[in-house]
Every structure is written in structure tokens, then in C-alpha cells.
Design a protein around this ligand. Sequence first.
Ligand SMILES: NC(=O)c1ccc[n+]([C@@H]2O[C@H](COP(=O)([O-])OP(=O)(O)OC[C@H]3O[C@@H](n4cnc5c(N)ncnc54)[C@H](O)[C@@H]3O)[C@@H](O)[C@H]2O)c1
Length: 321
Amino acid sequence: MANISLVGLKQELADEKFFIVDEKLVDLYTSELDFLKDKHVLTLKDPESHKSMASFEKCLNFFLAAQITRSDRIVAIGGGALSDLAGFVASTILRGIDWIVVPTTLLSIIDASIGGKTGINSKYGKNLIGAFHMPVKSFVCLEFLNTLPKIEQDSGRGELTKYAFLDKSVYAALKENDLDRTIDLCRRCKEEIVEKDFKEGGERAKLNLGHTFGHAVEKITGIPHGIAVAIGLEMVLDLYSDHLRDELVWMKSTLELDYELPQKLNAQKFWELLFMDKKRKGDELMFIIPKEIGDVEYRYLNLEQLKQGLSSHDKYKSFFA
Ligand SMILES: NC(=O)c1ccc[n+]([C@@H]2O[C@H](COP(=O)([O-])OP(=O)(O)OC[C@H]3O[C@@H](n4cnc5c(N)ncnc54)[C@H](O)[C@@H]3O)[C@@H](O)[C@H]2O)c1
């Protein structure tokens, strides 16, 4: 990992030949990305819509037609959706080649670009097709965040609250309101967890804090991923770690993260989505529950108990009314 300026990025990538880039960035950073003009560049508009079989195939054909070889690398410049797709292409083309990631959203800088999870969506759900394939390099250029819309900033900041609960040093940096350092420490936190548990057999699961409820809320409401994670985290705290509730309150205020809880959710859809969660075992779902800052518990919770807990909680019973 290296923090780099836009000028430095241009120098680092000067010799690379194969790129997948978010089209928005090509428009926003015309002069900074002008080194792309002599390269093989596939630009994608609205990258989330390209996490599909059709776009995956399109990418493979694009690079094969450009005669990519096993000693080449694919460079992904964009947010998490784009790097998920680009990493998956790199993991399969010519039976797998190296790739480099340049994350350009806060969410991808602190989360999606780290740890080598790559993939696309299926009609059966998000990220169901993919591979573990680590990028060989990652360049973090915080200057990209200057053009990130507020809603995408909030999505990254929502995901960031998860790290502040998981890691005491992230918590401390955020308390000091040092956002650049907080971002660095979030990255380090994820890198250390992934180093110990690459394929999510154990500790990596704790990165799912807030995600079980969060994914269901995201799917039903269309709220950006990181904001849904913060909502999922808030629900877990309200139900199982009430003593830590105020910690999320100050984090949201420091981060100027002012989301609204959904007014109403489709209860049947919500429970269906929880039931489809990858971490379900029989009638139980694995939840990550903060015990203290920097310490979590892994608890299997029965779906019926969860239903009762949420539908009898003052704050949430109106969700399902
Ligand atoms: N692989 C992982 O470990 C992992 C972890 C978390 C999330 N994800 C995936 O990441 C995706 C969400 O990440 P994301 O929010 O970064 O997605 P994204 O790539 O869709 O980017 C969000 C939006 O920001 C725009 N954008 C990107 N950089 C910009 C910039 N610098 N300035 C202005 N606009 C910019 C994009 O065009 C897009 O509209 C999801 O697909 C999710 O499944 C993956």
C-alpha cells in the first residue's frame, strides 16, 4: 500500500498497458489521467451495473482482443464495484494474471480494495460469483475524494464506523478528528485481519459487523452500502450492545453522517433476505456483536428470536407495522 499524489500515480502507472477505469473519472480528471490515451482502456459507466456476466465477458474479450499476456497486469481505477469486476477479470483471464488497484471512493479505499475478494453479481444475489485474488499493488490517492459526491462520502463514512468499533487505534484517531490517519488505520486494520485469515475461515468474519441487517436494508431500500452498514450496526447495538449506543452517536456527529432510518420495511422481504444470508446455519444466523471498543463476540442467533427482538423494540416495531 502506498499513499500517492495524482502526479505520482501518473508516473507509477506510466508503463502499464491494460486498464479498466470508471468513465466518470476519465471526465473529471482529464489532464491527470491523460497518460491513458495510448493504452488499452476499457471505460465503464455506472460500474455497479457492470458487475454482471455480460460485462465480465465483455472485459475478457476486450483484453484478449488487445493480446494481453500473462506477464501483463490489469489496472483498476475506480470504486469498489469497478475493482470487484476488474479483479475478477484478472483472476480468470489466461488462468489468472496480476492486477493493480487504485481505489477512488472512500468505501473502496478503506474496504473494498483490500483483501482480494473479487466478483460479480448474479440474479440470485450480490457478489455470488467470484474469486479470492489479491492485487499485487494498491495506490491510494486521497485527492480523488475531492470529487466524491456527499452520498458516496457518507457511504464510506458509514463503513468507517465499523472499523472504529473493531479497532481501538481507529477509534482514537477518529476521536482526535484526524480523518486521514483514521483512513490509514482502517486500511491497516483490514490488512492485518486479512493477513491472518485470507479466506474468511475465522477472524475475517468480524468485518461483517453491521452487514447482516445492513445487507437486507440495502437490498430493500437501495441505500448505499456503507450507510446501510451503519444502520445495521445501529440495529445490532440497540438490540444487543446498548451500552455502546452513545459511541455511534458521537462517531456519526464527528463524521457528519446524518442518515435517516428507513420509515418502513417490507417485513416479509426483510426476513427472506436474512434467511438467504451466506452465514446462516439452519435456523440461526451468525452475528458480530461489539462487547467493547476493539472487542467483539460471535453469536449465533435464532431467526425467531431476532424477529421477536426487532418487532417488540420501540424503535423498530414501526418498521414492520
Ligand atoms: N471486495 C470487497 O471486499 C468489497 C467490500 C465492500 C464493498 N464491495 C463492493 O464495492 C461496491 C461499492 O463500492 P463503491 O461505493 O466504491 O462503488 P462504486 O464503484 O459503484 O462507486 C460509487 C459511485 O462513485 C463514483 N465514483 C467513484 N470514484 C469517484 C470519484 N473519485 N469522484 C466522483 N465519483 C466517483 C462511481 O462512478 C459510482 O457512481 C459494491 O459493489 C460492493 O459489493 C466489495
